[in-house]
Design a protein around this ligand. Sequence first.
Ligand code: MN
Length: 193
Amino acid sequence: MKYELPELGYDYNALEPHIDEKTMRIHHQKHHQGYTDGMNQVLEKHSGKLDQPIEELLENLESLDIPQAEKTKLRQKGGGFVNHRLFWNIMGPNKRVDDELVEEIEQTFASVDSFKEEFSKEAGNIFGSGWAWLVKNDEGELEIYSTANQNSPYLQGHEPIIGLDVWEHAYYLKYQNKRGTYIDHWWKTVKII
Ligand code: MN
């Protein structure tokens, strides 16, 4: 199974002024393309053994019958592929609020604002490159945590719902060392809550 680079669904400048066009172009066309190509290389090399969807391969990574180095590559590149696919999809210029999700967030975190606060804190505390997540865990409950590098929540059987990329490539051109400012502005691009 071979994947194409997913489309953004909006223009590269659509998230201005919060996320600048140049960052979006490089992030999508270079970084996400790189993860897509790297993942496809592993999938093609072991075609026949890896014919499930990438989410399932990540969930069952350790039991796959491929060399350890290829598992590592699939975790990194396949993780990068699914993480960014979600990232583009939860952002956008037009709100399309998911009422059901909002209700679940309110039930779990008391309010959307307190959820945002907790999530932003998690994101701000990541040391080095990684992602902050809102996931649905294996008990079907919403949970906030972070992962290092491109590690996907699918690795532990969790469904990612909202993900924030805090790798420097996601914000450094515009925000440099001000990760907290990037996080505050990023919320203005999230269209589903
Ligand atoms: Mn990224």
